[in-house]
Design a protein around this ligand. Structure first.
Ligand code: PHE
Length: 347
């Protein structure tokens, strides 16, 4: 029996040395040490031995098992290293082969302009805030001094959610004025960009969804001069120091006095004509309307718990698409929303 064990050991050592793959090693492990393995077969004969012989044989068998296990581990390390080596050699990559170009996207022209405008206002101390697109009629109209029955509240102009017309898609970012004045005490200096919605057919200058940027400044001694100064400064930063602008009187229920600000048309340079034809960008006006603005109406201040005797403020709401069209020299509003790569790639 001792001889049998010694044979198993010698044979095992040789076979393990010859094994070169992890699979071959595993097969040997099962054959030598497994339940139906050679060593187990020998141990099963122990019962036939005398009481003195049994422990001696047991020890010898354990020694053989330990020797085989040790050898198995050794071979495993060597074989795994070889397998890795081979894999690395096969997967070697040639870093000098030219790569496949990846087309990088970039920001949408309107977002580029929005970012520019935000940066300028933030530099002037404005805080950028965000608000709901689904708005209460109370904020969108009533508290902005737009009474029941006002034409802008008409169902043909506004997307309503409820039968009682109390919830709607905001038609302007001006409700953010109310939200700002409700949430903070003066001094207030905020910028609120966002989407607004009106029942408009899409054409070169209209879209049922567009973007506005609302601004509100409320403090002691704020005047129309502050309004003009702020807006002219911003427009010159965006359109260049020699950009031509004008203010026109206008009416908004929530500002008094109110005005609109125009920029000279970038296409016809104010002449209203291009190659003898009426300019299609400004419809021959020579000017493009950029925003509405004015001094916050005392009734609106009061409704938000701000004393109009002590505080005054100005507000403005600019059309982001209009701003982007002027800045990027885009002639048709629909191009901004079409997402045509041939158009977008130009920016
Ligand atoms: N909300 C107005 C509009 O959509 C613009 C505006 C904003 C006017 C703030 C005055 C003050 O036309």
């Amino acid at each position: 029996m001792k001889q049998q064990l010694e044979n198993i050991r010698l044979q095992a050592m040789q076979e393990l040395d010859n094994a070169t793959t992890p699979a071959a090693l595993e097969e040997l492990r099962v054959r030598l040490l497994g339940k139906k393995g050679e060593l187990t077969a020998v141990l099963k004969q122990m019962g036939k031995l005398s009481a003195e012989e049994r422990p001696i044989m047991g020890q010898a068998a354990n020694a053989v098992r330990a020797a085989i296990e040790e050898k198995l581990e050794q071979r495993k390390t060597v074989i795994n290293a070889a397998v890795l080596e081979q894999k690395l050699a096969q997967e070697a990559l040639d870093v000098t082969i030219p790569g496949t170009p990846v087309n990088l996207g970039h920001q949408h022209p309107m977002n580029i302009v929005l970012q520019e405008i935000k940066d300028i206002f933030v530099g002037m101390g404005y805080q950028v805030v965000d608000g709901p697109e689904v708005e209460l009629a109370d904020y969108n109209f009533t508290r902005l001094n737009i009474e029941e029955g006002h034409p802008s509240r008409d169902r043909s102009d506004t997307f309503y959610f409820t039968d009682d017309d109390s919830v709607l898609l905001r038609t302007q970012t001006s409700p953010m004025q109310i939200r700002a004045m409700e949430n903070t005490k003066p001094p207030i200096c905020i910028l609120a960009p966002g989407r607004v919605f009106r029942k408009d057919e899409a054409d070169a200058t209209h879209s049922p969804m567009f973007h506005q940027i609302e601004g509100l400044v409320v403090d002691e001694n704020i005047t129309m001069g502050d309004l003009k100064g702020a807006l002219v400064t911003v427009m010159r930063r965006i359109y260049g120091q020699d950009a031509q602008m004008r203010f026109r009187p206008h009416h908004f229920p929530f500002t008094e006095p109110s005005c609109e600000m125009d920029m000279q048309c970038h296409k016809c340079h104010g002449t209203g004509e291009v190659d003898g034809h009426v300019c299609s960008t400004c419809h021959g006006e020579g000017w493009i309307e950029l925003l509405g603005a004015g001094m916050v109406h005392p009734k609106v201040l009061e409704g938000c718990g701000i004393d109009p005797e002590k505080y005054s403020g100005f507000a403005f709401g600019m059309g982001l698409e209009r701003m982007a069209m002027g800045r990027m020299k885009i002639n048709d509003l629909r191009l901004i929303f079409d997402n045509d790569i041939r158009f977008l790639e130009q920016f």
